[in-house]
Write a protein that binds this ligand. Structure first.
Ligand code: G3H
Ligand code: 13P
Ligand code: ZN
Ligand code: NA
Length: 281
């Protein structure tokens, strides 16, 4: 069923594991992720970025995920990833998204607080959880190559959470969106300090390209949601390319998108195992 992340995070906190959150961009990726979670008896989060809801719209992605989730025997949440305005967050809320990220990390501290607080206030009556971000995750979003300043300050995190009442917090500890050029240097000590300062689920962005060992070390230190986008895109596109090159006269889109779907399902299963959420349903 389609649910919020509230119970998922409670269980993950108790069990010391994380919920994998996968960026989906079409029906096949939705199906692939839901199938992976069902097969492994794992809770899961499906999320769409601002660009993705522009590509289709909230209603279409909500309908796809709701239909897939209703037929699944595992808890599934639908989350807005990197919501970049109050308006976009409200559109997600009205469309039936069960979790919302408002990303004010590019704003000044006080403006980030103000924006995040407003979204929390608007979502509270519907009991929809809100993720915010403090500090800068590197990558194509802002051309910062992870770790280059802008990491989350534990004392600021404490104040931010107290004043906004967000229900989860994305932290900048050296990860980047996209695949990494070198080996990413994560500030694990900082992560532990943040976790000591705030008592809520922490979110790791930029999951693609991180080693299994790094992810698991972060989970030990309080990460309860790990975001994966780029590696799923690569998997889907590789599957499609492979099918098209093996059978160049394909004209039925189902034939090559199914190949992409298979690859995404495999990738999602690998990530669910790394996050430790397998068999938790
Ligand atoms: O940050 C998450 C994903 O990489 C989203 O990328 O904004 O191109 O959809 P996008
Ligand atoms: P990657 O593309 O590095 O997996 O990052 C995903 C992400 O953080 C989405 O918000
Ligand atoms: Zn992100
Ligand atoms: Na990454």
């Amino acid at each position: 069923p389609l649910v919020t992340t509230e119970q998922m995070f409670k269980d993950a906190d108790k069990g010391g594991y994380a919920i994998a959150a996968f960026n989906v961009e079409n029906m096949e990726m939705v199906q692939a992720v839901v199938e992976a979670a069902e097969e492994l008896k794992s809770p899961v989060i499906l999320q769409t970025s601002a660009k993705t809801v522009q590509y289709a719209n909230f209603a279409i992605f909500h309908a796809l995920v709701k239909a897939a989730a209703d037929g699944a025997g595992v808890p599934i949440a639908l989350h807005l990833d990197h919501g970049n305005s109050f308006e976009l967050a409200m559109q997600a809320l009205r469309a039936g998204y069960t979790s919302i990220m408002i990303d004010g990390s590019h704003e000044a501290f006080e403006d980030n607080i103000e924006l995040s607080r407003k979204v929390v206030e608007a979502c509270a009556p519907s009991r929809i959880p809100v993720e915010a971000e403090l500090g800068k995750v590197g990558g194509k979003e802002d051309d910062i190559d992870g770790g280059d300043g802008g990491l989350t300050e534990p004392s600021e995190a404490k104040e931010f959470v107290a004043r906004t009442k967000v229900t989860s917090l994305a932290v900048a500890i050296g990860t980047s969106h996209g695949v990494y050029k070198g080996v990413p240097k994560l500030d694990l000590e900082r992560l532990s300090e943040i976790r000591e300062a705030v008592n809520l689920p922490l979110v790791l962005h930029g999951g693609s390209g991180l080693s299994e060992q790094s992810i698991q070390e972060c989970i030990k230190r309080g990460i309860r949601k790990v975001n994966y986008a780029t590696e799923l895109r690569i998997a889907f596109t590789e599957g499609v390319k492979q099918a098209l090159s093996e059978t160049p006269d394909i004209i039925d889109p189902k034939k090559f998108t199914a190949a992409g779907r298979d690859k995404v399902k495999q990738m999602a299963m690998d990530k669910l195992k790394i996050c430790g959420s397998v068999g938790k349903v």
